[in-house]
Design a protein around this ligand. Structure first.
Ligand SMILES: Nc1ncnc2c1ncn2[C@@H]1O[C@H](COP(=O)(O)OP(=O)(O)OP(=O)(O)O)[C@@H](O)[C@H]1O
Ligand SMILES: O=C(O)[C@H](O)COP(=O)(O)O
Length: 444
């Protein structure tokens, strides 16, 4: 089962047609402005390629997690404005998702025009667990492609080839969500995989297939339980796992060390112990830090000292001390492992990089990736933001995944609803397309 791609759609011809594009424009904002435009830049090529080919491009995206109602703090306006700057052309923004404004703006969109719908999560049906609710919203979204007669559903509309709509999913960061604009919509229109999704899947599949060795996975961050399933899957594939960030303290605790007030997930200790035993029996090496930066408090200016891991056993550092970064000896060791690797996947900062005093581990890992001659992949929203905040450029890495949860779920071997929906659409199974040239293609 393969999904149809953007090239298939461009070949079929898009001039004068409405094309709904789902993008992941979930970017951090600071004082109402876009703080990191990585996801906007990554979404630009598909949108401009369609507009350049004469499509009427209707972009759907979410921002943050508003509570199913319009909330100006989560408006896509800053993202639309940034997109307009980057694209050097007008980008219009509807005042709602599928309401009167969206219908009117969409109907009046000229060939080559770009329209953003408002944050799709302003409509509670977008993320609803109720399939019928999601389906109703998806039908309204699909109807936006039907010209001015928005009351005609996409299924019922025997649209002529010149007006028939299409759907492109380019939101890799959201493909793990069973949401109306990601999943349900693909059952209503001829659907295509965007170039960003194709590229992400292409790179990430090299990590689950036959990666060049040594294959080193660097894991950090703060969500220990989220990442344990990834460790389970990757232990059979990677040669070495380097463990840093908040998650390392559950490993140290499992080895009998005292970790004070450091991040700890006590209930995961048996799981972690099993991983350490599995690693000892051969196969994958799990490399833990040999020294830690212990701080007196979780603060940018907290007093701190470097302690060798053995010194943690006595608990002399006190119950309120907490580990906020890997130490200098560990930085050197991790750096060497990374530079020797032919394939590196990194997810999760090594320390609290937001505080300069505890950013050294993350900076060293990022620097070492840039010095590696192999394939280097950075995955995870915070990890991508960290490398940029620390002054690195995207092109210093083989690939910076726009997906956090999505890339992890992919590496865990989970099926991704957004991808499944496109593949089903590609084979025509369970689809309900309107007639037209793409309907024939979708059933091919
Ligand atoms: N020792 C530590 N103690 C507490 N927090 C830590 C520690 N090391 C790293 N962190 C925090 O981990 C956070 C990032 O973790 P997370 O697991 O969310 O990363 P990610 O997977 O890249 O992001 P996302 O989940 O958004 O895709 C950062 O905010 C960082 O400050
Ligand atoms: O930031 C992300 O990982 C994606 O945009 C998905 O966002 P979500 O976790 O709120 O669904």
């Amino acid at each position: 089962m393969t999904a149809k791609t953007l090239d298939d759609l461009l070949e079929a011809g898009v001039a004068g047609r409405h094309v709904l594009v789902r993008s992941d424009l979930n970017v951090p904002l600071e004082d109402g402005a876009v703080a990191d435009d990585g996801r906007i830049r990554a979404s630009l090529p598909v949108i401009t390629a369609l507009a350049d080919a004469g499509a009427r491009v209707v972009v759907m995206a979410h921002l943050g997690r508003p509570k199913g109602a319009a909330d100006p703090a989560f408006s896509l306006r800053p993202a639309a404005e940034r997109m307009a700057e980057l694209a050097g052309r007008e980008v219009r923004l509807a005042a709602d998702v599928t309401g009167a404004s969206a219908r009117e703006e969409s109907a009046n969109l000229p060939d080559g025009g770009i329209l953003f719908l408002e944050n799709v999560r302003f409509d509670p049906r977008e993320t609803s667990k109720d399939e019928a609710e999601r389906a109703a919203l998806a039908a309204e979204m699909a109807a936006l492609t039907g010209g001015s007669d928005s009351s005609v559903s996409a299924q019922a509309n025997p649209a002529s080839p010149s007006t028939q709509g299409a759907y492109v999913d380019d939101a890799f960061g959201a493909v793990h969500r069973r949401h109306a604009s990601v999943y349900d919509i693909a059952g209503l229109l001829p659907s295509y995989q965007g170039g960003l999704v194709s590229r992400e899947l292409d790179v990430l599949s090299r990590l689950t297939g036959e990666p060049d060795r040594p294959y080193v996975v660097v894991l950090g961050g703060s969500k220990v339980s989220d990442k344990l399933a990834v460790i389970d899957n990757l232990m059979d594939r990677a040669d070495t796992l380097l463990i840093g960030g908040g998650m390392l303290f559950t490993f140290l605790k499992a080895q009998g060390h005292e970790v004070g007030a450091s991040l700890l997930e006590e209930d995961q200790i048996p799981v972690v112990t099993e991983y350490l035993e599995r690693a000892e029996k051969g196969g994958c090496r799990i490399v833990l830090p040999t020294d830690i930066v212990m701080a007196s408090a979780f603060a940018a200016d907290a007093e701190h000292e470097v302690l060798p891991v053995e010194a943690l056993t006595s608990g002399a550092h006190g119950a309120s001390a907490l580990g906020l970064d890997i130490g200098p000896e560990t930085r050197v060791a991790f750096g060497e492992e990374i530079r020797r690797a032919e394939t590196v996947f990194w997810n999760g900062p090594m320390g609290v990089f937001e505080f300069e005093a505890f950013a050294h581990g993350t900076r060293t890992v990022a620097q070492s990736l840039t010095e590696s001659t192999g394939l280097t992949v950075v995955g995870g929203g915070d990890s991508a933001a960290a490398v940029r905040a620390l002054g690195f450029n995207d092109d210093q890495f083989g690939h910076i995944s726009t997906g956090g949860g999505a890339s992890l779920e992919y590496l865990e071997g989970k099926s991704l609803p957004g991808i499944d929906a496109l593949e089903r659409s590609g084979t025509g199974h369970g689809m309900n397309h309107s007639a037209g040239p793409d309907a024939a293609q979708a059933g091919a």
